[in-house]
Design a protein around this ligand. Structure first.
Ligand code: HEC
Length: 229
């Protein structure tokens, strides 16, 4: 059977991992807690999917390499695996990953292309509220905080800004912005700004009070091109 070609390596990888978990329960517990914390926080701040692959890959590869090497040489006690050694390797790999990913070019250019046109805002106050709540991702006037230079946070920011601008860019209103006519709708639904943007006390200016939200909706309905009708 052809399928066993694929299933057998997966099965032996699973057995190998399970044996490791059984033999090194303390390490497995620490890794599980660290992993859950990492994934949990990452989901809450809206980390792009590729970041999980890169970070987990960079931590797991040297760790697996170390384990395999130690198992092959396990006849001498000096190279025998212990919880202490394993944890040291995993922490070193995690630290190393944080250093190595700083060299990635993605997310480092804090671009703000020229402003070529804006909606005909009903009032200056309408614009002011939009700047506070939305221009962090949907404009060419993005203010990049200092932590936006540190990977993987810089990746989160870059991914949100590029995806946000692609949907609607309120600084390039000289050309058609496909998502623009949904502006009123997303505010009524409360789906924008994304919950991840204001979590953990970040961007408090983007959290509009109910009165500000009502004021903004009146202004947006009186601004051409921002509502469905
Ligand atoms: C953290 C960055 C961020 C902020 C701040 C933000 N957005 Fe978005 N916005 C996005 C992203 C990413 C998308 C595309 C993915 C999605 O629809 O969730 C998007 C999509 C949209 C869309 C298109 C919806 C669709 O279905 O096509 C509209 C309209 C929009 N945002 C309006 C706003 C408005 C209005 C605000 C301010 C109240 C705002 N956004 C604040 C990131 C942001």
């Amino acid at each position: 059977m052809k399928t066993t070609k694929f299933i057998d390596p997966i099965r032996s990888l699973l057995t190998w991992s399970l044996d490791l978990v059984r033999a090194f329960k303390a390490t497995a517990a620490v890794v599980a807690i660290m992993g859950l914390a990492f994934v949990g926080i990452s989901v809450l701040i809206g980390m792009p999917p590729f970041a999980y692959v890169v970070i987990i890959g960079f931590v797991a590869t040297p760790t697996a390499w170390y384990i395999v090497r130690a198992q092959r040489a396990s006849t001498t006690s000096a190279s025998r695996l212990t919880n202490m050694r394993l944890l040291t390797v995993i922490f070193a790999a995690s630290l190393g990953t944080m250093v190595v990913i700083q060299a990635f070019p993605y997310g480092r250019s804090h671009s703000n292309p020229p402003i070529t046109g804006e909606p005909q805002w009903a009032t200056p106050r309408t614009r002011e509220l939009m700047v506070r709540a939305c221009f962090g991702c949907h404009s060419n006037e993005v203010e990049y905080p200092s932590y936006a230079s540190v990977a993987p946070i810089s990746w989160v920011v870059a991914a949100h800004v590029s995806e946000g601008r692609e949907k609607v860019n309120y600084s390039e209103f000289d050309s058609r912005q496909r998502g623009a006519d949904e502006t009123v709708e997303v505010l009524e639904e409360g789906s924008m700004p994304p919950a991840s943007y204001t979590r953990f006390g970040r961007h408090p200016q983007a959290k509009l009070t109910n009165a500000e939200l009502q004021e903004l909706l009146v202004g947006l309905r009186a601004t051409p091109g921002l509502s469905g009708d």
